[in-house]
Structures are given as structure tokens and as C-alpha cells.
Design a protein around this ligand. Structure first.
Ligand SMILES: Cc1ncc(COP(=O)(O)O)c(C=O)c1O
Length: 477
């Protein structure tokens, strides 16, 4: 065992012995000749030439040299368990053989790298695979629009699509939502911080209360949270004096990710579907982060047994390579030729990688695996929380798991929730990093420690992740 791994194992092992897990890739045993310079060198250069908007390097000050599976190695030669996985884009982890093989085959076959929206056998196969992963009742009369290449690009397209189809102008979004950082997508995002400096964001966006029971917008908590949200939304839509014109669409995440890992109750989603159907409001479900097995089913909307009118996909759907698309009901297909375009809509390597990923997730039932691994991680976190009241809440669905960090010095509200605590969350993230694990922060004031490991994570990996996290929480105080 390499010394770094031995150290990692020793530090991560809690009182009850954990099994040895996650040996690093064998080929990493050999140091490469001419080792590059260390983290400090690359970080100093990065802060010298990159924009002040950079985010991750401030919280995770490492330079990543190589990656495989769930491991990454930094430029100092330290190893980490990667629970960020490209913000959920790397469904099968780094360099999964299935993805590598698909990309290598495409290159060997001389597939063009990008083709605008011209068709190719690779694209055809991708669409076949993608539609095959979705409920038949949705795809039997669905269209696909490739957008390019980020999640936010697809959100922009979705808004244009429903505005064009309905002739209406306002859009309904939710508190805590995250839909991306482009001008329109930012307009639909809940967090006000990045919006304040940008004048003139998309007009006529109305924010509705998301069923976040831990910090209930109605101060009710429990089941009453989603019930009150539904009652409020339904009345608001039927109130001629609500100040909101009939909307072009409603957009939501079935599990809010960046917003702090908040799964919407299935009943709430079913009621939202009823309300939007009855009022002919196209329902846009943003599965950029939840899609392709992450929440325990192929798509998060399936938990509630509903269908969207517009489905937004990116991240995992390209097997970790840049790709995004909308799949939407035929009845919304009122775009004129050229109504939506863009150069990078035809990323063939991403389509090859995405098709292979979709196939593998389906064949290996990685959605079910994500469900089991997510439950295991949640059970660990519940146990850690018993001795660590600074974890106010732990929650998740499948392999979208979060622990909300609260301020123990402050009073609890009448539902028992103390205010979010960014400082302690950051310390926990840093303690995790020091122990060889990368986690993400999200939620109100960045107070939610988030776990988005690849779907290929093993039981032993999960036990190690929880072991390291428990230590980090204790060390952060
Ligand atoms: C739910 C959701 N929608 C949209 C986006 C934006 O995707 P991108 O960062 O690729 O623009 C994200 C990114 O995290 C997301 O989580």
C-alpha cells in the first residue's frame, strides 16, 4: 500500500474498524518521470490569470493531475476520494472503461468531432438510447433539441420553447432553484448573491415556495409544508389579482441540488403536475443534475409517476463530456426552422460517451445501486448526526445526499431549525480535503455538505466516505 493510502486509511478509520477499500489504480503506483510542479505553483499561477469569478479553487485549493474511478490525485501526489465528480457529470467516475472504449471507438472510426445539427449514425444511436431510457408514454410523441453544450444553454432553450409555444411571457420558478449562470438561467435561480450585480435579468420570473420542510417557508414543517405550497400556488394561479399573468411555463428540479439537496415529496410533484395540466402551463423539469440514475431511478420525475412537458438534460447524459438537450412534447414543437441554433450542438464524442453511459447504467441497474448506496450513506450520516448537533438535518435521494450545518450558538426557530452556518460547513469541507476527500457545499449560505459520488461507488467506498466525514465533522467542532 502506498504511504498516502496507508495514511488516508489510518486517518479515516473510525473506532469501529472499516474495511479497506478503494485501492488506487495500479498504474498510479509508478511515478511518472519528470513530476510536474506542485499544487502551490499551479494555484498561484491560476489566481494570477483566472477571473475573480472562480469558485471551486477558493474552497478546494488543489491542482488535479490525474483521475480514475472515484480517485483523483493532485499535483503534490496526494490522493482524494472524489465526491464532487464534476458536479455530478461523471456518473461512472473518471475514465470508466465503458466511456473510454466508446470514445476510442468513435475516434478510430473517424467520427467527426462536431457536426452542428447534421445527423450522424452516432447521433441516431444516442437518440435511440436516450429515448429508450425514458418512459414510453413521454417519448412516443416527443421531440429532441440538442443545445450546446452546457446545462444552462438547455435551460435558455427551454424558456424560448415554452414562450414560443404559448405566446406568454412570464415564468414560474422556485425558491432555492439553481438553473445555471447564463443571463436567463440566472434569472430563474433562487440565490440572490450572483444576481445582485447584474442589472436587467430576465423579466417576469415569479418565485414560488419549494417544499423545503426543514426551513418551511410557511413556518409549518412536516407534511404541512408541501400541502401549504400547493394551496398557495393553486390559489395564486387562480387569483385574477395576484399580479402574475398566465405563465409560459413552470420550471423545477425534482431534487434541488445546488439549492441544498432538497427532494420534493412525490405527492407535491403529483399535485404540481395536476395544477399545471389543468391550467395548460407547460411543466419544465430540470434533470441536469438528477438525470441518468442518480436519484435511484433513471429520472427523478419517475418517483412521482408523472411526466414532464419539457425535460432538460445535461451533465451525465454526455457521459461526462459536454452535451445538453431538451426532450419535449410534440405539441410544443412550434419553433420555426432556425428558431434555436448554436455551433456546439453536435458533439459526437459526447454522444458516443453518453449512449455508452446510458446503456451501462440501464444494463447494470446503477439506478437501483444508487438508491442502495444513497440509503447506506444517509444511515451513516444519521448516526454521525446523533453525536454532532451541528448537523441540523441530513437528507437526500439516491446518490444526491446532503448534511445541513447549523449555527449552534443561535436560537432554534419554532420548528427546531437553527440558522445555517457557512463557517463550520467550510471547515468541514476543509477537514475532509485534509483527510483526502473532496465534497461540495451548497444550500442556503453554502451550509450544506453535499455528496455526489459516481454511481459506481461501492459499499466499502460509502463506509470510507462516511468515516472521513465523521472525523471531519468532529475536527471542525
Ligand atoms: C439543476 C441544474 N440545472 C442547470 C445547471 C446548469 O448547468 P451548467 O453548469 O452545465 O450550465 C446545473 C448545474 O449545476 C444544475 O444543477
Amino acid at each position: 500500500m502506498r504511504p498516502e493510502i496507508a495514511e488516508l486509511t489510518a486517518r479515516a478509520r473510525p473506532a469501529e474498524a472499516l474495511p479497506d477499500a478503494m485501492p488506487p489504480p495500479a498504474r498510479w503506483q509508478q511515478k511518472r518521470p519528470g513530476e510536474p510542479l506542485g499544487n502551490a505553483h499551479y494555484l498561484a499561477r491560476q489566481s494570477g490569470f483566472e477571473s475573480n469569478a472562480r469558485t471551486y479553487p477558493r474552497k478546494l485549493p488543489i491542482a488535479i493531475r490525474r483521475a480514475e474511478g472515484i480517485h483523483v490525485e493532485d499535483a503534490d501526489g496526494r490522493l482524494y476520494i472524489d465526491c464532487l465528480a464534476g458536479a455530478g457529470a461523471l456518473t461512472l467516475g473518471h475514465y470508466h472503461p465503458v466511456v473510454v472504449e466508446a470514445v476510442q471507438r468513435a475516434v478510430a472510426d473517424g467520427v467527426p468531432w462536431q457536426t452542428l445539427d447534421l445527423t450522424t449514425p452516432v447521433k441516431d444511436a444516442f437518440v435511440e438510447e436516450l429515448f429508450g431510457s425514458l418512459p414510453k408514454a413521454f417519448t412516443e410523441s416527443a421531440r429532441i433539441q440538442f443545445c450546446g453544450p452546457s446545462g444552462a444553454d438547455a435551460i435558455e432553450a427551454a424558456i424560448k420553447l415554452v414562450k414560443t409555444a404559448t405566446g406568454r411571457r412570464s415564468v414560474l420558478a422556485f425558491h432555492g432553484a439553481y438553473h445555471g449562470m447564463t443571463h436567463g438561467a440566472l434569472g430563474l435561480t433562487g440565490e440572490t448573491g450572483p444576481k445582485l450585480a447584474v442589472a436587467g435579468l430576465m423579466a417576469e420570473v415569479h418565485f414560488l415556495p419549494f417544499p423545503y420542510a426543514y426551513r418551511c417557508p410557511f413556518n409549518l414543517g412536516g407534511e404541512a409544508t408541501w400541502q401549504a405550497s400547493i394551496a398557495y400556488i393553486e390559489r395564486l394561479l387562480d387569483d385574477t389579482n395576484s399580479g402574475i399573468a398566465p405563465p409560459a411555463g413552470m420550471i423545477l428540479e425534482a431534487v434541488q441540488g445546488e439549492g441544498g439537496v432538497i427532494p420534493a415529496p412525490d405527492q407535491w410533484l403529483r399535485e404540481i403536475r395536476r395544477i399545471t395540466r389543468e391550467r395548460e402551463i407547460p411543466l419544465i423539469i430540470d434533470e441536469v443534475q438528477t438525470g441518468v440514475g442518480r436519484t435511484g431511478l433513471m429520472y427523478a420525475f419517475e418517483h412521482a409517476g408523472i411526466l414532464p412537458d419539457v425535460l432538460v438534460l445535461s451533465k451525465a447524459v454526455g457521459g461526462g463530456l459536454p452535451l445538453s438537450a431538451l426532450v419535449y412534447r410534440e405539441s410544443l414543437n412550434l419553433w420555426q426552422p432556425g428558431a434555436h441554433a448554436g455551433t456546439f450542438r453536435g458533439n459526437q464524442l459526447a454522444m458516443a460517451a453518453g449512449a455508452a453511459t446510458l446503456r451501462y447504467v440501464k444494463e447494470q441497474r446503477l439506478d437501483r445501486h444508487a438508491d442502495a448506496m444513497g440509503r447506506r450513506l444517509l444511515a451513516h450520516l444519521q448516526r454521525i448526526r446523533q453525536d454532532s448537533p451541528q448537523l441540523g438535518d441530513v437528507r437526500g435521494r439516491g446518490l444526491m445526499v446532503g448534511a445541513e450545518v447549523v449555527d449552534l450558538r443561535a436560537e432554534a426557530d419554532r420548528l427546531g431549525a437553527r440558522p445555517p452556518c457557512r463557517e463550520v460547513a467550510r471547515r468541514i469541507q476543509r477537514e475532509c480535503l485534509d483527510r483526502g476527500m473532496i465534497i461540495e457545499l451548497g444550500g442556503r449560505q453554502g451550509s450544506v455538505a453535499r455528496f455526489l459520488p459516481p454511481l459506481t461507488v461501492t459499499e466499502n467506498d460509502i463506509d470510507r466516505i462516511a468515516g472521513i466525514f465523521g472525523e471531519a465533522v468532529r475536527a471542525a467542532g
